[in-house]
Design a binder for this molecule. Sequence first.
Ligand code: NOJ
Length: 469
Amino acid sequence: MPMKENFLWGSATASYQCEGAWKEDGRIASNWDTYLHDNHYENGDVASDFYHHYKEDIAMMKKGGQNAYRFSFAWPRIVHEDGTINTKGLDFYHRIIDECHRNAIEPFVTLYHWDLPEYLEAKGGWLNRDTCDAYLKYAEICFREFNGEVKYWTTFNEPKWIVVSGYLVGNYPPAVQCAAKTVQAAYHMMLASAMAVKKFRELNIAGTIGIVHSYSPVNGVDNTSSTRAAMRYADNFMNNWVLDTAAKGEIPADLLDALKEKKICLSFMKEADLKLIQSQHVDFLGLNYYARALIKPYEGGETSLIVNNSGSKAKGCTTTRIKNWFEQVRDPNSEYTEWDTEIYPKGLYDGLLMANKRYHLPMYITENGVGMYEDVSAGIVKDDYRISFMNDHINALMNAMDDGADVRGYFAWSSFDLYSWKNGCEKRYGLVAVDFKDQNLKRFPKKSYMWYRSVIEKNGGNILRKSYK
Ligand code: NOJ
């Protein structure tokens, strides 16, 4: 069965990854600018230069049949250190939103996709409770400014990924490796999300508000009780602290017990804040799906977390082991990308059914895609692997919908090639190629863009269906 008529078919980007113009029109430094510049890493100073190419890019979405565009506001474009509002920053997002509306594209806005103003990072970033208040002020500015123009809001993009990368693995700013700080930053981010939801309701903002989670549905290597216990640890670590907290106002109690066992002090969790978290629930879940997590028990060794940010040069290095909790393992029957991401569409089906059962909320797949090395200098990119990846994942979500999951939209990651954080620009996800070597950053559609257009035209009716039963 094809999708309902109002299904959102779109694609997604994030401010720091595509905008460039890092010093233009009053934008101030973000934590990413400082971290990448100071360490001489590849940066997003220019990225895809969406700041100047947005008309062309949105026109391309329109021509591709897309009816929704997920993007983020850059906080460093909007609020200066002394609290003044940078109207030029707001004007930029008005231009984007107006352009979307002119093209009958629904804007789907993320308030925070990882670019924190550097002045807040300098004062402790997400370890500092004051950052929650600063975030609330920023969210309120955006709600008031764009009320009526944006119907879909999300508070945060992927708290799990950014907190674990920034405070535990240490491969993202602020490059800390400390379990206690990870928990503190995580808590503050979830608190800030709940504070924004409360404000959204108080201001009676038109539309609906959710959160976006990097969803890793958990599978076990077998069905023994020790594997099931490891799976619960993994699910708490990977999913539940975001989803249970945002959707039900409950921080998993057994996770808090397990943290206490690890001698992590939780005194920063204040009664009044916990009450606020309990009382504020999101309207919908945005789920970014790349892969599931296959889990086995891990009793013997030390915690070890390694992320492959170097592609083929480091293929196979990825490690996720948490002392006494769980270990993530590879499935010998699965295919993995050069960045060690398993390709496992059925995980999306399983995950959607699990989330549906647990939270009973509308869901949007806010990101799904595959990162590859691609030669964009030789004409059209014939990315058949991306077509087959997207086909199989859209099939998985259709199967989940057939079995009762309330899924209302799908966003391909990404609308066009962009800067992929520590992986730089060579890890490409776009439906549209960007030639980063070309002075004008020339764009041209890949084969998957045309294919996606035909899928949207038929409202999913031409997806090659496979049943899992
Ligand atoms: C999720 C993040 O939201 C996005 O910023 C990132 O580039 C993609 N995953 C791909 O890794």
